[in-house]
Design a protein around this ligand. Structure first.
Ligand SMILES: [Ca+2]
Length: 370
């Protein structure tokens, strides 16, 4: 592959995967570490990012995730959808440094009068088989059982709560008063896309999201390296204790945390792992990575044209990334950086939010992509 094959004129710097050789990296992976190649980050003049955003210079990287040694599928969930690892290039862009907050979303609603999906009464057209009395505005809320339960049915810890929406994240009686700097939740994909459009931004592609999350580090388990707690320090808001009945809050937070309470990754992105899931623009297909060429770079991929999840055929899903305050190695370790999440695009819950990206104005050849 010729150097700079699709970034004519741009110098490129090579980033080593955190001092590890590729063979060393494989120690941490279940063999798949060898699939990762060094990231090639565009070494071009940094642009001043709009307020609250960071500049991501783009480049080529190995996208995907493999199983860490000793952890089959990182918990109970199958992660085959994050393989094979394949090579992807992304153009420069700006990205929100934090997840969109309640304060920011409130400004959007005040300016536009926007009503989120969770606030709307479900219609007979959308749910023709549901009795009329069940058509009540609300949303999914994490409702932990009092005791340890088997992990084969998520309905044991999720329930549909009347009145749950972004202003009332856990249902009637709950509030976001004093929580202006918390990520907004109970946001369906359409709501996130509407906010992004209003803000002059857009949702990230899944490739942009992972490129930014990896921050030049190749093939590592986490956005910060290969150890969950470097020097004993918690790096993301996840779930510790006994899932789902007891969140010990060992990382400092039981449940959701305000933004910027954990270290940013090397690109200056806060909570890119954990805290709340983040919607991406792509439709979700479990077999999408398998459809990508293993021999050439996929440039600015935008995902498949339709959605398919064999676990729920017929349910249209968009990609979610980063995991949430509910992710744990007991069930779902999707705070690990290459892993993928998904959700029905008109559904929300109290652990789903988003952040936006913004295109860099193309100036002549400098950012031209072939
Ligand atoms: Ca936590």
């Amino acid at each position: 592959m010729p150097k700079n094959a699709h970034f004519p004129g741009d110098a490129v710097s090579f980033c080593k995967p955190s001092g590890l050789s590729r063979n060393d990296s494989a120690i941490f992976m279940d063999g798949g570490g060898r699939d990762f190649q060094l990231s090639k980050i565009n070494n071009i003049e940094s642009l001043t990012a709009p307020q609250g955003m960071v500049y991501i210079s783009g480049g080529d990287f190995s996208m995907g995730g493999v199983n860490p040694v000793g952890m089959s599928d990182g918990g109970h969930n199958d992660m085959e959808d994050a393989r094979p690892v394949h090579r992807v290039g992304v153009s420069p862009f700006f990205m929100d440094a934090t997840e969109v907050t309640n304060k920011e979303f409130a400004e959007f609603v005040k300016a536009t009068g926007y009503v989120t999906i969770a606030e709307q009464k479900p219609t007979k057209e959308e749910f023709p088989d549901a009795p009329e009395e069940n058509l009540i505005a609300g949303s999914l809320v994490f409702s932990p059982p009092k005791e340890k339960v088997s992990l084969d049915n998520f309905l044991r810890w999720w329930s549909y709560q009347k009145g749950a929406d972004w202003r009332h994240p856990t249902g009637e009686g709950s509030s976001i008063a004093g929580r202006e700097n918390y990520p907004v939740v109970q946001i369906a994909w359409e709501d996130a896309a509407a906010y992004a459009k209003w803000a002059g931004k857009r949702l990230p592609t899944e490739a942009e999201w992972e490129f930014a999350a990896r921050a030049g580090r190749s093939g590592e388990l986490y956005t910060w390296g290969n150890k969950l707690q470097p020097n004993g320090k918690w790096m993301a808001n996840i779930f510790e204790g006994s899932f789902p009945d007891h969140d010990s809050g060992a990382d400092g937070f039981v449940g959701i945390a305000p933004v910027k309470r954990f270290p940013a990754n090397d690109y200056g992105l806060y909570d890119i792992a954990g805290n709340v899931w983040e919607w991406c623009s792509d439709w979700y297909r479990s077999d999408y990575y398998a459809s990508q060429s293993q021999n050439k770079i996929s440039v600015n991929p935008k995902g498949p044209s339709d959605s398919f999840d064999p676990e729920e055929p017929g349910v249209k899903k968009k990609v979610q990334r980063g995991g949430s305050f509910l992710c744990t190695d007991q069930y779902c370790t999707r705070y690990m950086v290459g892993t993928r999440g998904k959700g029905e695009y008109r559904s929300a819950s109290n652990h789903i939010g988003f952040r936006c990206v913004k295109d860099v104005a193309k100036t002549g050849k400098k950012f031209a992509m072939k």
